[in-house]
Design a protein around this ligand. Sequence first.
Ligand code: ADP
Ligand code: MG
Length: 261
Amino acid sequence: MTTVGEIHAVNPRMTCRRVNVYYGDKHAIKNVSIDIGRNEVLAMIGPSGCGKSTFLRCLNRMNDTIEGCRVTGTITLDGQDIYDPDLDVVLLRAQVGMVFQKPNPFPKSIYDNIAYGPKIHGLAQTRAELDEIVETSLRKAGLWDEVKDRLDHPGTGLSGGQQQRLCIARAIAVSPEVILMDEPCSALDPIATARIEELIHELREQYTIVIVTHSMQQAARVSQRTAFFHLGDLIEVGPTDRIFTRPRHPLTEDYITGRFG
Ligand SMILES: Nc1ncnc2c1ncn2[C@@H]1O[C@H](COP(=O)(O)OP(=O)(O)O)[C@@H](O)[C@H]1O
Ligand SMILES: [Mg+2]
């Protein structure tokens, strides 16, 4: 199936070419090619089961952890093949961080949630450097003022929205290039959701963000480009305002006008 629209980004950070994903016999992603641009928020939308999470997981090789899952095609990050057998997957997952649907802080203190990654990646030589990374990451995630006086409290004691910002701070702490978010607001109330959306705006200056969302309003609010998936095909991709005002493919139009989904 040929994708309608502009799969190319002006300044690509990641490129995906002819990507296929199989779970055993099930063909879950079908020959998808798309670029992910620098400092852009790319939204991935489409009906439940169309392959959004599966495709997102290709971008940092999280599918490697799923038994029976096979990925073919080529995906690069800054020109490097991320499926190169010599590549350090732990490092890749720091460069391409991930935030999940349900906030999943470690059962550790707020401080240790952030410090854990930098420690294992050797990003800090001294306690002062580690403190610095923890503070900077929490500031970038818009959480510092709320937690600075209780860094030793458990991360799991925070509200849902705060936990999700803690998870974003944890991803930021290991200096990622790209941050993947899989329906990051689906467990949050509207106020916490608005807070995360604001944060996504701010983070775009420094990071490339790919967000899966079941909310078309959210895609319209936070992204510059939108990709519409249907039954494992990438049907259409293009500038978000164009996708929502003048979709070119009838399936995209049916989806955004609420005829199915
Ligand atoms: N671990 C798995 N094993 C087998 N099939 C899976 C697995 N994960 C997802 N699938 C199937 O792959 C398709 C795409 O799923 P998914 O990527 O979760 O879709 P979405 O995130 O768009 O809802 C679905 O048909 C789903 O049932
Ligand atoms: Mg999903």
